[in-house]
Design a protein around this ligand. Structure first.
Ligand SMILES: C[S@@+](CC[C@H](N)C(=O)[O-])C[C@H]1O[C@@H](n2cnc3c(N)ncnc32)[C@H](O)[C@@H]1O
Length: 215
């Protein structure tokens, strides 16, 4: 996987087409994770969303928190997010690679990231960095697809005309640039344990794992 491959993929993918081919079950899964986060993140808090995409989740959560920072590696997506979030004042959008950008320490009450972990080259240093950026009592919520979603993911990529070069229990490799890692529940638990964090993997839907981690 290359960083440039990830960027190229997200710069060129047709988001409307993705929306069109997403199955109702996957849509239900995505919605249930967002709803869970909206119920659990409220009040006078600072939130960071890593891999914010078009900013759709920021638009919803910004209404109920103090401030949200969204980071995304794709210039095109940050531009789409800016458009989507016009007039929303308690947000900042940053175009950056989360794996190389500097983040202030002990700053955020919540750090969330949905379906972005599979794209990262070095998940261990990512989690350690997020831990540093978290306030002492802060919470990290990271969601990723489970092994049970792989079949639907492959079909979705093929349905929008992309070429799946390889798919096994560890990764899905797309010719157009993206490699998506597949994590087991145990992989995720180990990831947070290696960063000396406490983690609970919440099962909201069989298609994903929602990790709730604290210091
Ligand atoms: C599958 S999309 C999910 C987008 C959004 N979270 C959502 O739920 O719609 C993954 C996002 O992560 C971003 N991304 C991938 N690697 C990244 C990195 N190293 N740093 C920041 N953002 C990254 C991509 O550009 C893309 O917007």
């Amino acid at each position: 996987m290359t960083k440039q491959g990830t960027i190229t993929f997200y710069e060129n993918v047709d988001w409307k087409k993705i929306e069109d081919v997403t199955t109702p079950r996957v849509k239900q899964y995505l919605r249930s994770v967002c709803n869970y986060l909206l119920e659990n993140i409220k009040g006078n808090v600072l939130v960071l969303e890593v891999g914010c995409g078009t900013g759709e989740f920021i638009r919803q959560i910004a209404k109920q928190v103090k401030n949200v920072v969204g980071i995304d590696v794709s210039n095109k997506l940050i531009e789409m997010a800016k458009k989507n979030l016009q007039g929303v004042e308690n947000i900042s959008l940053v175009k950056a690679d989360i794996e190389s950008i500097k983040i202030p320490e002990s700053y955020f009450d919540f750090i969330i990231s949905m379906w972005t972990l599979p794209n990262l080259d070095n998940p261990t240093s990512f989690i350690k960095k997020m831990k540093k950026a978290l306030k002492p009592k802060g919470i990290i919520f990271i969601d990723t697809y489970s092994e049970k979603a792989t079949k639907d993911r492959i079909k979705q990529y093929q349905d929008i005309g992309l070429t799946v070069l390889e798919a096994n229990d560890k990764e899905i490799v797309i010719k157009e640039g993206l490699t998506e890692k597949i994590y087991t529940k145990e992989d995720l638990e180990n990831l947070f344990k290696n960063a000396n964090m406490k983690v609970k993997v919440i099962k909201i839907h069989e298609f994903g794992y929602l990790c709730k981690a604290t210091k």
